[in-house]
Every structure is written in C-alpha cells, then in structure tokens.
Write a protein that binds this ligand. Structure first.
Ligand code: GAR
Length: 205
C-alpha cells in the first residue's frame, strides 16, 4: 500500500481531518509518519492520539542549508516507507519552503493546501489579503508542490463567499471548514490513482 507522510508546523487540523477520513472512509493509504519542524506543534499530540508515529526535526536554530534540512526530512520519510516510488507527502500547515531538490525527488508526490483560490493570494496571510483586496469570493486550493511559491498544478478548489462584515477570523473559519473537506478528498483521489498530471494541469479520472 501507499505510505503517507504529513508535514506540519502547528495546529494540525488539516492533518487531523486527513487521518480521521482515512480511517472512516477506508482510503487505501497507510499513515506512516507525521513530522513537525516545531517541537511545540499541537498537531503532534493529535497524531499520537490517533496512533500515528511522529517525529520532530527542529528547524529553529538549524545551522545547515535548506537542502541539508530537507535531507533530514527525506531520510525520515524514506525510513518510514514514504519513498518517491511508494509515498505521498502532504504539507498541512507546514510553514517552510521546500528545496527544489526535495520537490524534484518526489515529483508530483507532494501536495499542499492553501487558504485561497490560487493563483490569487499566494504566500502568507491569504485570508487577510483577500479581505483587503475586496474579493467577493475566496476559498482554498489543494495543489501539487513545484519549485515555485504556491504555483503547482491544482487538484481541487472550493469557493467560499466573503461576507460584508467578515473579519480575518470569521473568513478563515469558513475556509478551514472547506479545507477539511477537500484535502482528504485529494488524498483519496491520489491513493486511488485518479489524478493525472499533464504539464501544469490535472485531470481527475
Ligand atoms: C491552514 O489554513 C492552511 O491552509 C494554511 O495554514 C493553516 C494550517 O492549519 N497554510 C498556508 O497558509 C500555507 N501557505 P492547520 O495546522 O490547522 O492545518
């Protein structure tokens, strides 16, 4: 079976939603390892409670290069069967940019969730960016990771209407609800080999 590695930095609510949906819907993928770059990430305890192995690879104070840090991640993933041949890597609120070498090694096997309708509002604070811009709709995007910032082929998007009196908090909350729905769905599609990638486009079969 395919092995899943999830990388987190904090709360881990998307990770939780993925792990619970795998169990509930019997998605054919084995949650092999959750890795956090932050030792205080709340998600670590959630993963442990759900019976998934965790590992901390602290990035703060790491003296080497980005590539050297990513080598540590790759080695932890591989050790747990999350290989470029037989693995899927989900970035779930993992607040680090991944080196081109890592992306290349796991080509079209790393996916990410972003709280906006890409290509709008990449980077940080996307919900705030949407509110300040005055868009009437925002949402979230699950996409493959390439070497750009939030630029890889899009797998699924969900639209969320922006309300006139929305705050960053209220909009984020409604977007998060959709994130929790579409991220596990993308994992399901990947596990069932239903996603084909053509250049920067994907087709769900
Ligand atoms: C989520 O809203 C996710 O979309 C966002 O961080 C949050 C993590 O929450 N990711 C990004 O902004 C990536 N650019 P979680 O830890 O509860 O899943």
């Amino acid at each position: 079976m395919l092995n899943l590695g999830i990388l987190i930095s904090g709360r881990g609510s998307n990770m939780e939603s993925i792990l619970k949906t795998i169990k509930r819907k019997k998605i054919p993928i084995n949650p092999a390892i959750v890795i956090s770059n932050n030792p205080n990430a709340k998600g670590l305890r959630i993963a442990q409670k759900l019976g998934v192995k965790t590992e901390i690879i602290e990035s703060k104070g790491f003296k080497g290069t980005r590539e050297e840090y990513d080598e540590k991640i790759i080695s932890a993933l591989s050790k747990n069967g999350v290989t470029p041949k037989n693995g899927l890597v989900c970035l779930a609120g993992f607040m680090r940019i991944i080196s081109p070498k890592f992306v290349k090694k796991y080509k079209n096997r790393i996916i990410n969730i972003h709280p906006a309708l890409l290509p709008a509002f990449p980077g940080l604070d996307s919900q705030k960016q949407a509110l300040e811009y005055g868009t009437k709709y925002s949402g979230c995007t699950v996409h493959f990771v390439d070497s750009g910032m939030d630029t890889g082929p899009i797998i699924i998007q969900a639209v969320v209407k922006v309300k006139e009196n929305d705050t960053e908090e209220s909009l984020s909350k409604r977007i998060l609800k959709e994130e929790h729905r579409i991220y596990p769905e993308a994992v399901n599609l990947f596990a069932r080999k239903k996603i084909k990638v053509y250049g920067r486009k994907t087709k769900i079969t």
